[in-house]
Design a protein around this ligand. Structure first.
Ligand code: UDP
Length: 320
């Protein structure tokens, strides 16, 4: 029988790729998004499809979906540091109230539930790389606390619904992901560097650029999430690419790949910016048989075309 899958935040970066994936898999997909940081254009191409429904909705309010539901994927949330600092209350609300409503929907429909959690639950980690049994080092009252604590609370609520209501839950701890549909101005390092390099502007590296991240291509991320949904794993699973590099190295690679002559400039490091980040994906390998397939350099070259198009569109709009 055809599966029916509700995706909150379905017009966001990761959410919209999940909509594509599950429509492709033959699911009937219901996408809920209030378009705070998502964009209708991300799912526009699916609108005529009988297996896709878009509902403009804020999931911190009671969620009503008529009929059967087999899966609820909760991906609604501002997710880039710039976004969640601009929308701190909305971020806390969607992590807390939104997760509650999405879990309530899953419970009432007897559906599987998957929470989009994050490597931010590890904060500025004192264990490296980060396995799932590391509890993290988060400043609850710092500026990033609004996202980190919202997601930590969301994980706690998800486990409580699993333990006390028997909801069939999954938790994906998603590390830095990149791919088409990232907004040029979402403030994250990778799209910012592509935009700056392609526009011939200086690349803004924060701090001395020695902080590290590990970037996973969206195709690998989506495949990992789909495998997790199909698994019986209720404990959190890291989904990320362990290939770690410094932010300075990322900037250099993007300058090279874009054949840009932009220089690199240094700006102050944001408060509580994690010094290192690298997923330990032993659990994902063992329980999902998953690991990333797309090497970073290959992935960066794959995404170049998208950023070039986005920058051209931006230039056209400015010239109008
Ligand atoms: N960063 C940077 N320049 C920018 C944007 C971000 O050097 O224009 C740094 C940021 O301080 C962090 C890293 O790049 O150390 C990754 O930041 P991002 O916003 O992509 O996400 P995070 O991994 O911190 O959630």
């Amino acid at each position: 029988m055809q599966q029916r899958t509700v995706i909150t935040g379905g017009a966001g970066f990761i959410g919209s790729h999940l909509c594509d994936y599950f429509v492709e898999q033959g699911h009937d997909v219901v996408c809920l998004d209030d378009l705070l940081t998502g964009a209708a254009s991300h799912v526009e191409h699916l609108l005529g499809n009988p297996n896709f429904t878009f509902i403009h909705y804020d999931v911190t309010e009671y969620i009503h979906v008529g009929g059967r539901v087999d899966n609820v994927l909760h991906f609604a949330s501002p997710a880039s540091p710039v976004d969640y600092l601009e929308y701190p209350i909305q971020t806390l609300k969607v992590g807390a109230l939104g997760t509650h409503k999405a879990l309530g929907l899953a419970k009432s429909k007897d559906a599987r539930f998957l929470l989009a959690s994050t490597s931010e639950v590890y904060g500025d980690p004192q264990r490296h790389p980060q396995p799932e049994d590391y509890w993290g080092n988060v400043n609850p009252v710092g500026p990033r606390g609004v996202y980190d604590e919202a997601k930590r609370y969301a994980e706690a609520l998800t486990m409580a619904y699993h333990r006390y209501h028997g909801v069939d839950t999954r938790i994906a701890r998603i590390f830095n992901t990149y791919g088409p549909r990232m907004r040029l101005y979402d403030g994250r390092a990778l799209p910012t560097f592509f935009r700056q390099a392609l526009m011939g502007n200086p690349l803004t590296v924060y701090g001395d650029g020695s902080q590290t991240r590990s970037f996973c291509h969206i195709q690998d991320t989506v495949r990992g999430i789909a495998l997790l949904l199909d698994s019986d794993q209720h404990d959190p699973v890291n989904i990320g690419n362990p290939d770690e590099l410094t932010i300075r190295e990322l900037a250099d690679e993007i300058v090279e790949i874009t054949c840009s002559d932009s220089e690199i400039v240094y700006q102050p490091l944001p408060e509580d910016d994690p010094q290192v980040r690298q997923p330990d994906i032993t659990r994902a390998r063992q329980v999902l048989g998953w690991e990333p397939r797309i090497d970073r350099r290959e992935g960066l070259r794959m995404v170049l075309e998208y950023f070039q198009r986005a920058v051209n569109q931006e230039a056209e709009q400015q010239n109008r």
